[in-house]
Write a protein of this length. Structure first.
Lengths: 115, 110
């Protein structure tokens, strides 16, 4: 059973470009979470999605960031017009159910560098 | 807002010694989880302890939870060089999101 897959593992963008991060949850998991980690910091929640629904986006910046989890295919975290402050590691996690009392399994992360 | 706060921020011990890391949190929780992160890698789930549990074991790991003090501890016994990593506590309250602390960086010297 493959774990949570994220790609790319490393992404370099220039200021103003778009970044698209992909996450494929574990088989059988229909709940996806995105977290961001700044250097030397813990992870901060961004958004929680189920198939075709955003359940909680309380941690997402209001502008430039969006997330989706379509019926088919991976979850996508999209950052438009990236700025240097977006440089961070972005982790995706998945769980089989609503996750309120359930383990979330993390992917290896995408490390975004904005030049 | 940051919920869990681990201490110490950094811990250096010799192989074979025990390592204890603490975590404090502010609001009521459903459960508390500990994760390990090797440098530049993803997170590995270690153990989940529910709010109605006081202690849990998994191999060389022992976790305690004191909800009256809003604190938890992670004990790694007979540490090995391979235990070198950052350790994070994360809490879950009334929603699905995990709220992480800043972590304890553990170094186990051979």
């Amino acid at each position: 059973n493959a774990g949570v897959m994220q790609n790319p593992r490393h992404l370099v963008r220039r200021r103003g470009q778009e970044a698209r991060l992909r996450c494929s949850p574990m088989k059988g998991h229909s709940h996806v979470y995105w977290y961001r980690q700044l250097p030397e910091e813990g992870l901060k929640f961004m958004v929680y999605l189920q198939k075709e629904n955003i359940i909680d986006e309380s941690g997402m910046p209001k502008e430039r960031f969006s997330a989706e989890f379509p019926k088919e295919g991976p979850s996508i975290l999209r950052i438009q017009q990236v700025v240097r402050g977006d440089s961070a590691a972005y982790f995706c996690a998945s769980s089989p159910s609503n996750g309120r009392d359930d383990t979330q399994y993390f992917g290896p992360g995408t490390r975004l560098t904005v030049l | 807002s940051q919920q869990g706060e681990e201490d110490p921020q950094a811990l250096s011990i010799q192989e074979g010694e025990n390592a204890t890391m603490n975590c404090s949190y502010k609001t009521s929780i459903n459960n508390l989880q500990w994760y390990r992160q090797n440098s530049g890698r993803g997170l590995v789930h270690l153990i989940l302890i529910r709010s109605n549990e006081r202690e849990k074991h998994s191999g060389r790991l022992r976790v305690t939870l004191d909800t009256s003090k809003k604190s938890s501890s992670l004990l790694i016994t007979a540490s090995r060089a391979a235990d070198t990593a950052s350790y994070f506590c994360a809490t879950q309250g009334g929603s699905e999101k995990l709220v992480f602390g800043k972590g304890t960086k553990l170094t186990v010297n051979p």
